[in-house]
Design a protein around this ligand. Structure first.
Ligand code: AP5
Length: 214
């Protein structure tokens, strides 16, 4: 089972991917996470990507497609959840080639439909535990004890440098201009399913589960 979670910044792709991983033995392939790890480790890819990501623009198709290919070669258990990839027509074509070369194909493209007006609030309010990566939000999901991670007890938290109002505007524009236009490519093949990304997190997961079990 290989699926793509598609939606604008803040739609809940990462949130839903990690919930599906926990329940289904699938693997989350987030190009955003891979690139942030490369930036942190100051690899050649990370050094190229850092400023581009800070501006909210897209890293090159060749770089992200290579990251996905390398990750697929490590095996993906019960299947892959592509989170934040593909983001351009060229990446969609690259994914076809990468999967076909491994005797695989896509099962579903799940579009999380959201009201853009709420996304900025979702994004500027989010932060993660600096130790274990658990996600929180200033309004929607606060730690049970203020300042202490529910999962690991750490008191260190961090925010993404691209989660500013100015960068979010660029990321939204890039989604509308580059990523949303790939939907028809998948629609013609009958792969697209839509889920209301404005519903509660648990309800969104349940709707995705129905599709995966259908
Ligand atoms: P990436 O890391 O992929 O960021 P993004 O697409 O902007 O998506 P986000 O991580 O911001 O949002 P999400 O949909 O995962 O939402 P989340 O679950 O966190 O990419 C970052 C950058 O890397 C790009 O700008 C680009 O530069 C580069 N890059 C990455 N991939 C690339 C590629 N393929 N090609 C080229 N460049 C690439 O949820 C957001 C918040 O909302 C959280 O606080 C969450 O708790 C909350 N929330 C989620 N769901 C709900 C809900 N249903 N109700 C209420 N709150 C919710």
């Amino acid at each position: 089972m290989n699926i793509i979670l598609l939606g604008p910044p803040g739609a809940g792709k990462g949130t839903q991917a990690s919930r599906l991983v926990a329940g289904r033995f699938m693997v989350q392939l987030s190009t955003g996470d891979m690139l942030r790890a490369a930036v942190k480790a100051a690899t050649p890819v990370g050094l190229q990507a850092k400023a581009i990501m800070a501006r909210g623009e897209l890293v090159s198709d060749a770089i992200v497609s290579a990251l996905i290919g390398e990750r697929l070669d490590q095996g993906v258990g019960a299947g892959a959840i592509f989170d934040g990839f593909p983001r351009t027509a060229a990446q969609a074509e690259a994914l076809e080639v990468l999967l076909a070369a491994r005797g695989q194909a896509l099962d579903h493209v799940i579009e999380l439909t959201v009201d853009e007006a709420v996304l900025t609030e979702r994004i500027v309010g989010r932060y993660t535990c600096a130790n274990c990566g658990e996600g929180y939000h200033d309004r929607f999901k606060q730690p049970l004890v203020a300042g202490v991670c529910d999962v690991c007890g750490s008191t260190e938290f961090k925010r993404r440098p691209d989660d500013t109002a100015a960068t979010i505007a660029t990321r939204m524009a890039v989604y509308r201009g580059e990523t949303a236009p790939i939907l028809p490519f998948y629609e013609t093949r009958g792969l697209v399913r839509r889920v209301d990304g404005m519903a509660d997190i648990e309800q969104v997961t349940a709707a995705i589960e129905v599709i995966l079990d259908g």
